[in-house]
Design a protein around this ligand. Structure first.
Ligand code: ZN
Ligand code: ZN
Length: 162
């Protein structure tokens, strides 16, 4: 299913200058409740789909990469539409350029990718009620304990290419 070449997940910014597609399902989806994500979204959490950079294709427009401070202190590069400045994905120091954190809300069908895990729930806004049955951790976690085998294999393949 994940490797079906006919399955694409398209998305874009608000002014529609930038359009992109993911050519497979993401490896894992984070719902991050840290204060940094709350500030960057102006809301209660960020929803990020982690996927190999080469599985995100730009269909239209260009991307502006903005160096932005991050919780880890090592910074992130946020890729934004140069016109409306909506953030489409980030690259963090940990995964480097190889892993993109696609903002799920910019997909045309964001409902397809609910969170696989809730992270940094220690700073979750109190009115947000977490669903039963989805892993939730106070801070961060070990991929080997939560990711499906297939996603771990994809990530290992990425690291081997570096
Ligand atoms: Zn735009
Ligand atoms: Zn966060």
């Amino acid at each position: 299913m994940a490797s079906d070449p006919s399955v694409f997940y398209e998305g874009g910014c608000t002014c529609r200058a930038v359009r992109y597609r993911m050519t497979s399902r993401p490896m894992f989806v984070h719902c991050c409740h840290c204060r940094w994500c709350q500030r960057e979204t102006g809301a209660s959490f960020a929803l990020n789909a982690m996927i190999e950079a080469d599985r995100v294709e730009l269909l239209q427009g260009e991307i502006e990469r903005i160096d932005t401070p991050s919780f880890s202190g090592r910074g992130q590069k946020i890729s934004r539409c140069p016109t409306c400045h909506v953030a489409l994905w980030s690259n963090y120091a940990g995964g480097g350029d190889a892993v993109r954190f696609v903002r799920v809300g910019t997909l045309d069908e964001p409902d397809r990718f609910p969170p696989d895990i809730h992270i940094f729930t220690a700073s979750k806004q109190p009115w947000v009620v977490l669903p039963e049955g989805i892993p939730a951790v106070e801070a961060y976690y070990k991929s080997s304990e939560y990711w499906p085998q297939e996603s771990l294999a994809r990530r290992a393949a990425l690291l081997a290419r570096k």
